[in-house]
Design a protein around this ligand. Structure first.
Ligand SMILES: Cc1ncc(COP(=O)(O)O)c(C=O)c1O
Length: 385
């Protein structure tokens, strides 16, 4: 028996290709959610399958007691794509990448008596006990999980963060595009103001790019679109295109051996998958395919937003991290279910936003098919009200 911790849909899949998933009963679904932003190259990408298989036939795991060549290569690749010197730690998930960021910020701040980390309201940073507390949403801090660790607080806006930061603040963490809290891209000006404030006050700026990173917004990191150079950046989701991997990149190489670690983190299998994924995504970016896909996808969303303006308030987000914010929260589940019944998978975010994280290589045909089904779903819901 499995634990009862997921509100699962009564549906399972047996295979997939591109942006298409085939259900156990044979029905096909267009996946506009990529397994919550993970399957950046679509389902069962042939090249990745080949690489994983080759690596599995060579060496899967040796432990971090020894050198791991594909881990070094992936670390170098990430630094190259970031365009400056970072030191990278590999984990297995987004929450673990953020745990690493918290420990780094605390170790950095310790000699100056700084150990507090501030986050933003409506953020989401993970499910471990520390990253839950880091998450700026009260519903993630239920009393049955108390006591939570000390030293975490969150505020409603960047202005509030700046007002409340103190000589004890070691770091500030933000999602440049909030993923779980309603697809919400932070304002460019606000982020610039925060980056300047952090720099002037020796506070580490951490961007959680677990969801918005790895080309999801069109650039390798959303930080690039915002023109900032964070002290620490965390990654996961799309980095392994389905193979579990997380990463924390820091400008400061301050851990000593024993300060942090992971049994599985950065093993041969996961980092080989990461190397393939980044190579393939860079190729798609350079050929203009990611930008074109984003242009086409957002055009289709805009068409829906215009056609169903009685249901949709606005299109939100950045790049291929998109939302359709609804006027009424009670319509969210109706649309989610209607989409599912019509063979298209979308995600929910916040109280009233349909979330879209399509595979970054989704074909034109699959996009067309998905939006046709989505249009039908909107039509049905509108008719039912
Ligand atoms: C921005 C952000 N940070 C952290 C996490 C946690 O990642 P994981 O579920 O891999 O631990 C998520 C997951 O949705 C996320 O969206």
């Amino acid at each position: 028996m499995l634990m009862n911790n997921y509100a699962r849909v009564d549906l399972g899949f047996k295979k997939g290709h591109g942006a298409t998933l085939i259900a156990d009963d044979g029905r096909d679904f267009i996946d506009f959610g990529s397994g919550i932003g993970v399957c950046s190259l679509g389902h069962a990408p042939k090249g990745l399958a080949r690489i994983i298989s080759k690596q599995a036939n060579t060496l899967i795991h040796s432990s971090n007691l020894y050198k791991i060549a594909p881990q070094n290569e992936l670390g170098e690749r990430i630094c190259e794509l970031l365009g400056s010197k970072y030191y990278v730690f590999f984990a297995n998930s987004g929450a673990e990448a953020n745990e690493c960021a918290i420990k780094l910020a605390r170790k950095y701040g310790a000699p100056k008596g700084k150990n507090e980390i501030i986050s933003l309201a409506n953020s989401f940073h993970g499910r471990t006990i520390a990253t839950l507390k880091l998450t700026g949403q009260e519903k993630f801090h239920p009393s049955h999980f108390e006591p939570f660790p000390d030293g975490f607080s969150y505020y409603d806006s960047i202005d509030e963060i700046i007002k409340n930061a103190s000589e004890r603040t070691a770091g500030v963490i933000i999602e440049l595009v909030q993923g779980e809290g309603g697809i919400h891209a932070l304002e460019l000006k606000e982020v610039a103001k925060l980056a300047k404030f952090c720099k002037e006050n020796d506070i580490l700026l951490i961007t959680d790019e677990v969801q918005c990173g790895v080309y999801r917004t069109g650039e390798f990191v959303a930080s690039k679109l915002y023109g900032i150079s964070p002290d620490i950046i965390t990654f996961a989701k799309g980095l392994g295109a389905g193979v579990p991997i997380g990463a924390c990149a820091s400008k400061y190489d301050i851990f000593s051996p024993g300060d942090h670690g992971s049994t599985f983190g950065g093993n041969f299998l996961a980092t080989s998958a990461g190397n393939y994924t980044l190579g393939e995504l860079l190729r798609l970016k350079k050929s203009g395919q990611i930008d074109k896909m984003i242009e086409n996808f957002t055009k289709e969303l805009d068409k829906l937003a215009k056609k169903y303006k009685t249901l949709i308030k606005a299109r939100t987000g950045l790049g291929a991290m998109c939302g359709l914010e609804l006027h009424k929260s009670e319509h969210l589940s109706l649309l989610f279910e209607a989409a599912l019944n019509n063979g298209v998978l979308v995600l929910k975010s916040g109280k009233a936003t349909l979330r879209f994280l399509p595979p970054l290589n989704i074909s034109k045909d699959e996009m067309k098919k998905g939006f046709k089904r989505l249009d039908k779903a909107f039509k049905e819901v509108l008719k039912s009200l």
